[in-house]
Design a protein around this ligand. Structure first.
Ligand code: ZN
Length: 279
């Protein structure tokens, strides 16, 4: 066997350059054929040519499914999940930046992304859905006698990204991970966010805040009085909301945090309803 043997696409027969194309379990796939595959598909190495052919045929059928898709609900600003509740199907895209220059826009209708042929998936193909809230944090410090030291109490900025992770029983899409917020939710906070068990109990008993368990990873305090802040004096602000110490500086961040939590709850609820609805 020659070291630099010319490869041909197992599907269409086109010649594949040395560095081009993808390796399949039993052959090779050219770039042009790969472009027609689902944007959610990536496991070339363990996929045989026959499965690729079946996927390409299904992707053509998908255009027909899109032509009758009626968006009744949509979620997300970076990625998007579009739902047709009457037909009990949905479509999702990873990135709403459609243009060459990456300009993002909120997608509210399938017609806006129909040229990208997003896969229409039935809700009975959904195995489960999870919300993934990713927290990162950065502590601001001060310089005292030439040394970087913490403020007292510490001054920490928390940053949050929200993802919906939809796992499927589908012939060629194992799962979809959709980033919901366009940019990180930033919350400058005085001290550590109260979210450990001691903190929870403290909030429950001392601050009289109800506790909600939105996801497996997020134990948070709810405080409906946050809405009142807008109509009341800033001095009437609650001490804590979602475990953050309320201040004028972080009010907007906390509101955005609450907005995305509500979005994730609605996604979970909609998927649950769609999965259990009678066809
Ligand atoms: Zn090809």
């Amino acid at each position: 066997m020659a070291l630099f043997e010319k490869k041909n696409c197992s599907v269409c027969g086109a010649k594949i350059g040395l560095l081009g194309g993808h390796k399949l379990s039993d052959g090779n796939l050219c770039k042009d054929c790969a472009k027609k595959l689902s944007p959610w598909f990536s496991d070339y190495k363990s996929t045989p040519t026959e499965s690729i052919r079946a996927q390409l045929a299904d992707r053509e059928e998908n255009r027909k499914r899109l032509s009758v898709f009626k968006t009744t609900k949509c979620f997300g600003e970076f990625g998007s999940i579009l739902i047709d509740e009457d037909a009990r199907v949905f479509a999702a895209i990873e990135d709403s930046a459609a243009s060459l220059f990456g300009e993002r826009k909120e997608i509210t209708d399938i017609a806006e992304i129909i040229d990208r042929n997003p896969d229409v998936v039935r809700f009975d193909q959904v195995a489960d859905v999870d919300i993934d809230v990713v927290q990162t944090q950065h502590e601001e410090k001060q310089t005292v006698n030439g040394q970087q030291v913490s403020y007292n109490p510490k001054y920490i900025t928390y940053m949050y990204m929200f993802y919906a992770v939809i796992r499927l029983n589908h012939p060629y899409i194992p799962s979809m991970r959709v980033q919901l917020n366009n940019s990180a939710v930033q919350i400058p906070n005085e001290g550590e966010r109260l979210r450990n068990k001691v903190g929870l109990r403290l909030a429950e008993y001392l601050l009289d805040l109800p506790i909600r368990d939105v996801t497996k990873t997020e134990k948070i305090y709810d405080n409906n009085s946050l809405k009142d802040i807008l109509t009341r004096s800033p001095y009437a602000m609650p001490d804590y909301s979602y475990g953050f110490k309320c201040s004028l500086r972080n009010r907007e961040g906390i509101e955005r945090y609450g907005y995305y939590l509500l979005m994730t709850e609605e996604i979970l609820e909609t998927v649950r309803q769609m999965k259990t609805a009678q066809p």
